[in-house]
Design a protein around this ligand. Structure first.
Ligand code: AMP
Length: 216
């Protein structure tokens, strides 16, 4: 089964993708994570996209389509994938359909995570992750049980994304509104789009997503 989690930055796509990955053994394909890895490694791709990512704009469709195309053709993706952060434009959505069809695959469900935009800035600017295991935390909503120590792996190092600052978040929300939200009708017409309440608790959102996957 291949699914797309669609929603603005901070909607909880990454969190839910990780839950699904753990529970069902599906593979999370986060284009944001792939790009951040390229930036951290200083590859030519990373050097090319860094400034754009820091400003909250979208990386070109050509780059993104070839990046996901390479990843999707790897054997582990046959277990089913959860696309998190891709597609973000109509051109990407159309290219994805084509790439999957060439491999005899398709998107089974597109899950829109609906959230209140005002809450997003607060959600995003307070978030950080463990530098070692990637567990997510939040200044207000999810602090480690012991201050400064990761609940999962005990590490004391944490990182914040450079694009999780108020100005960049506003640009990222605008990019979602103007370039990504317009792809919703594309999936609605195919009859595979379902909406969940991204403002609910993490557990409740997870239940709503599972209900969609189970065809309820
Ligand atoms: P994310 O982690 O999904 O919020 O992505 C972080 C940043 O990576 C975005 O603000 C974009 O600059 C870039 N990015 C990630 N995925 C895509 C995509 N599918 N198309 C264009 N840019 C992307």
């Amino acid at each position: 089964m291949n699914i797309i989690l669609l929603g603005p930055p901070g909607a909880g796509k990454g969190t839910q993708a990780k839950i699904l990955e753990r529970k069902y053994g599906m593979i999370q394909l986060s284009t944001g994570d792939m790009l951040r890895a390229a930036v951290a490694a200083g590859t030519p791709l990373g050097r090319k996209v860094k400034e754009l990512m820091d400003s909250g704009g979208l990386v070109s469709d050509d780059i993104m389509i070839s990046l996901i195309g390479e990843r999707i053709s790897q054997p582990d993706c046959a277990r089913g994938c959860i696309l998190d952060g891709f597609p973000r434009t109509t051109a990407q959505a159309e290219a994805l359909d084509k790439m999957l069809a060439e491999r005899g695959l398709k998107i089974d469900h597109v899950i829109e995570m609906k959230v209140d935009e005002d809450a997003l800035v607060k959600r995003i600017t307070g978030r950080y992750t463990c530098a070692k295991c990637g567990e997510g935390y939040h200044d207000e909503f999810k602090r480690p049980k012991k201050e400064g120590v990761c609940d999962v792996c005990g590490s004391t190092e944490f990182v914040r994304r450079p694009d999780d600052n108020p100005e960049t978040v506003k640009a990222r929300l605008a990019a979602y509104r103007e370039q990504t939200a317009p792809i919703l009708p594309f999936y609605r017409e195919k009859g595979i789009l379902r909406t969940v309440d991204g403002m609910a608790s993490m557990e409740e959102v997870s239940r709503q997503i599972e209900a969609v996957l189970n065809g309820n």
